[in-house]
Design a protein around this ligand. Structure first.
Ligand code: PMP
Length: 395
């Protein structure tokens, strides 16, 4: 199998998935090679060892988000965590609480579940955002009432990187007795996330967005909120009965180790990545005349690794094909792969279809180097020149 890294191809698609950290992979492999046993087998030493490993991992996740191990329910990823929060809360809705608010730029794993609830009779409102992707304050205020059951707004947007003011949104939810869920899949590398200190009831986490393995994530459930969720996967009643199923010990260990690395170095890493990203944007602007940023204009208001840019007159899909296999990034959202529609996020920001079609998401992260962003600038400007055949200056 050819490894893109060995062939020195450049990976700028960290928001689609982050490369697993070597020490995460090592810890997982060591476990897989030398252990067996079901973490829920409580009668023998094999089970105890697996249970201890899972519980240590749960504690590592909890420490990163400033919460308690009991607040962390492992799931198969953020998609499942989002589904659990939405369908789980809906199933336990108190009489009269029939309204669900989400932002228009949520991930499909939020939008599809709430649309299904809307077909079942819930009053679902997809709230507008401003040109930078921030929840429209006035629209939010208009929609708030004692009928609101649940509000779900992502902490960090996966396409344009907008950092949302989850503190204020959560506080407003509390004031009307509504539950607040945040999709924090992109937040572990995007910002500090002290869930235990924030007015948040539920938060979805994803390991493969944080240099851990794919196939695992978690739903943070604030203390005393377990009863507000009906389980969606029924079976052996593992994990407080909220999510049945044998936990995958090695994946839990990997996610836990990834969280330990972020607890130790996440803040420094965010600074390094942000400064590299800022430099990259400067280089792109001088190499590609007319290049424009989508989403927050202040780079500090977005995920440190995120750039979402439009190159004038360029068809982003055409561009990415020309640049394969040297440079990996994404047009619109990789999470919506195969779709021919322009990104619903860019459209909600007020960008027209042509602008959306000329836009690409470049996302940097832990392994990105200065040399890579320099080379990426060169590749992008050369390919843009070939695509439109116009007056781009080569660096
Ligand atoms: N929410 C957001 C904001 C995401 O970016 C993603 C991944 N694209 C998901 C949810 C789904 O996460 P997972 O792959 O862990 O199911």
């Amino acid at each position: 199998v050819r490894s893109p890294r060995e062939e020195s191809l450049i990976y700028l698609d960290f928001q689609a998935s982050t490369p697993i950290d070597t020490s995460v992979a090592d810890t997982m492999c060591e476990w897989i090679r030398s252990h067996s046993g079901n973490p829920h087998s409580s009668e023998h030493a094999f089970g105890w060892a697996a249970r201890d490993a899972v519980e240590n991992a749960r504690a590592s996740v909890a420490i990163l988000v400033d919460s308690l191990p009991d607040d962390i329910i492992f799931t198969s990823g953020a998609t499942e965590a989002n589904n659990l929060a939405i369908f789980g809360a809906a199933e336990r809705a108190a009489p009269g609480r029939d309204t669900i608010l989400v932002s228009a730029i949520e991930h499909a794993s939020i939008l599809e579940p709430v649309r299904k609830l809307s077909r079942r009779g819930f009053n679902v409102v997809e709230l507008p955002v401003d040109a930078e992707g921030r929840l429209h304050a006035w629209a939010f205020e208009q929609a708030m009432s004692e009928r609101v059951l649940l509000v779900s707004v992502a902490a960090v947007n996966n396409e344009v990187g907008t950092l949302q003011d989850i503190q204020s949104i959560g506080a407003r939810c509390q004031s009307v007795g509504a539950l607040f869920h945040t999709d924090a899949a992109q937040a572990l590398t995007g910002c500090a996330l002290p869930l235990g200190a924030l007015p948040i009831d539920f938060a979805s986490l994803s390991s493969h967005k944080a240099h851990g393995p794919a196939g695992i994530g978690a739903l943070y459930v604030a203390p005393n909120r377990v009863d507000r969720l009906a389980p969606q996967v029924l079976g052996g009643a593992q994990q407080l009965g909220l999510r049945s199923g044998t936990l995958p010990t090695a994946l839990c260990i990997g996610f836990g180790r990834a969280c330990e690395l972020l607890t130790a170095g996440g803040a420094t890493e965010r600074l390094r990545v942000a400064s590299l990203r800022d430099r990259f944007w400067q280089m792109l602007q001088s190499a590609i005349p007319g290049a424009a940023l989508n989403g927050p204009t202040t780079l500090a208001s977005r995920h440190p690794g995120n750039l979402n840019v439009a190159f004038p007159d360029v068809d982003a899909r055409d561009l990415i094909q020309r640049i394969q296999p040297e440079l990996a990034y994404s047009t619109g959202s990789a999470c919506h792969s195969g779709s021919e529609e322009p990104s619903h996020v860019l459209t909600a920001l007020g960008l027209d279809e042509q602008r959306a079609r000329s836009s690409l998401r470049l996302s940097l992260g832990r392994q990105t180097t200065v040399e890579e962003v320099e080379r990426a600038t060169q590749l992008l400007s050369q390919a843009a020149l070939r695509t439109v055949g116009s007056n781009y200056a080569l660096p």
